[in-house]
Write a protein that binds this ligand. Structure first.
Ligand code: HXC
Length: 510
């Protein structure tokens, strides 16, 4: 018996070494942790249960039958994050560059199937070069199996991808179909084809960082939702995100004890809006002052900063926040902001996370660049996302709610359940100056008349009261009581039910 146990221990020790000490050293020298070290940090201490440690590839081409490494380049299993079950797979770059073989794919699909069966989140830690080149179509087939499961699980369990090394091919397409992607700065890259292939095909010389670094994907392409300085920080932040997320689309949001009084008022909010309507203020200040303990997990912080999206809690329960940011482009809605917010709204709706919208928007961004880029289609995404949402929707208009953007930002008309406005709100088709220049064009030469007309327009429409007269706004509220009003609205809406006609799925403009 002892001999059998020793053999097991030896086998395990060998499997834990992955591609060997030299490659582990190289991994550390690049500032990266190994797959198992990463899993240890992601999960609660001692909670990891590993599966398929002894799986090996079955390839016999290109001398592969002579190089078999137990585990075959991916570490899989499950554990807990603050006590809640999470499934995990971590690519082991020390074994064939973490590349995916048929056997490696089967390890991942086993974990994907289990996560779906148990209705628990799945986290993939990526550090890998895509399909195992020596295996050809067997590897491509393996990716197909992974991709299909990504899609079947989408909207049922949260899927999170963390990019922690150079990733190519299937190791970027599978993450692209998950809910959130996070990257590690300066040592993780995502591209469909790397710099060498780019050089050959397009004759373009580009570095990995320029082609697919964290900066590119969090500021330009919007492929990634966040970036962190190192592996430890990234994994700790993923733990923090998981704490906000429901385990699946049926369980409802997690509830944690909150010590922050839901009736807490904040007098400083009464002076948040500057006297000058063209002067910006920081919408994040409002979010931080309203949510429990000022704890806000921002999604896509560095992309389309004119809109803010992220998770926080009210009365210990997760809420998604969408807010125009007057500090950037005056909070205007453009294509990027619309896409960013639409995807966030759809995630919240799929997982039954109520949405609070803070609105201060001067409209959609005019211009050829936007129109040629498909502003109509991208703006429609956000309109569509809010209109199809059945989760509780609470909206607070703090200042401008102009034009189509008024309708889009969870207005009463498209499904807003509780719509509040601050006394500083201005709800109109457009700003007073633009409006007067169109409807009183004949008076444009007469400065005095124009000033009088502008004042008239401002007095009539630049307030929340015309909308309130029609019931489009449920109540004009004191800014200092915003947290209490939102908390009470969300408590009232907790058991909201909405009937929709049966359909196979909708046809959101993509
Ligand atoms: C087999 C691979 C591999 C792969 C890397 N390795 N990628 N082995 N198949 N796809 C091995 C290397 O041979 C090397 O082995 C070790 O992993 C480390 O790789 P290096 O190149 O030394 O590392 P680095 O310089 O950091 O470069 C990492 C890399 C690069 C950028 C990922 O290796 C690379 O470009 N790999 C190929 C990427 C690619 O084109 N993959 C196929 C994509 S197609 P040794 O023994 O020397 O340590 C695909 C189809 C999916 O994925 C379908 C999508 C829809």
């Amino acid at each position: 018996m002892r001999h059998v146990l020793e053999r097991l221990e030896k086998g395990r020790a060998q499997a834990r070494l992955g591609g060997g000490e030299k490659r582990i050293e190289a991994q550390h020298a690049r500032g990266k942790l190994t797959a198992r070290e990463r899993i240890e940090l992601l999960l609660d201490k001692g909670s990891f249960e590993e599966f398929d440690m002894f799986v090996e590839h079955r390839s016999t081409d290109f001398g592969m039958e002579k190089v078999k490494i137990p585990g075959d380049g991916v570490v899989t299993g499950w554990g807990t994050v603050n006590g809640r079950t999470v499934f995990v797979f971590a690519k082991d770059f020390t074994v064939f560059g973490g590349s995916l073989s048929e056997a490696h794919a089967q390890k991942i699909t086993k974990i994907q199937d289990m996560a779906l069966k148990m209705r628990a989140p799945i986290v993939g830690l990526f550090d890998a070069g895509g399909a195992r080149i020596q295996e050809g179509v067997a590897a491509l087939g393996g990716y197909g199996e992974v991709f299909k499961r990504n899609v079947i699980a989408s909207g049922v369990i949260p899927q999170i991808s963390v990019i922690m090394g150079p990733c190519a091919g299937g190791d970027v397409y599978s993450p692209a179909m998950t809910d959130f992607i996070f990257m590690v700065r300066d040592r993780s890259y995502m591209f469909v084809t790397g710099p060498d292939v780019v050089k050959t095909v397009t004759n373009e010389t580009v570095t990995s960082e320029e082609l697919g670094g964290a900066k590119v994907h969090t500021t330009k392409s919007s492929v990634a939702d966040g970036a962190y300085d190192n592996d430890v920080e990234a994994l700790l932040q993923v733990r923090r995100l998981i704490d906000f997320l429901p385990a699946n689309n049926m369980d409802g949001v997690p509830e944690i004890p909150s010590f922050d009084d839901p009736s807490r008022t904040d007098d400083s909010l009464d002076t948040l809006i500057p006297d000058n309507p063209n002067k910006p203020y920081d919408m994040k200040e409002l979010i931080l002052k309203v949510v429990d303990e000022g704890d806000f997990f921002e999604i896509q912080e560095s992309y389309a900063k004119n809109i803010i999206t992220g998770f926080a809690r009210i009365e210990g329960r997760t809420v998604g926040f969408v807010a125009n940011q007057p500090m950037v482009l005056a909070g205007v809605l453009d294509s990027d902001a619309s896409r960013k917010a639409a995807r966030f709204v759809r995630f919240c709706d799929a997982f039954n996370i109520p949405i609070v919208t803070f609105e201060d928007v001067p409209g959609f961004l005019p211009g050829t660049a936007q129109e040629y880029g498909g502003l109509i289609k991208h703006g429609a995404k956000l309109l569509f996302a809010y209109s199809e949402a059945t989760v509780p929707l609470v909206t607070v208009i703090t200042r401008k709610a102009f034009g189509g953007a008024y309708d889009v930002m969870a207005s009463k008309h498209i499904g807003g359940d509780v719509n509040y406005a601050w006394p500083t709100a201005q709800i109109a088709v457009m700003g007073a100056k633009g409006a007067v220049e169109i409807i009183f064009r004949q008076d444009l030469g007469d400065q005095e008349k124009i000033a009088a007309r502008t004042k008239e327009y401002e007095d009539r429409f630049m307030s929340p009261f015309v909308a309130a007269e029609r019931g489009y706004i449920d109540e004009v509220i004191m800014p200092h009581s915003t947290r209490r009003r939102i908390a009470r609205a969300l408590a009232m809406l907790r058991h909201k039910e909405t009937e929709r006609p049966w359909k196979k799925h909708d046809n959101i403009p993509l």
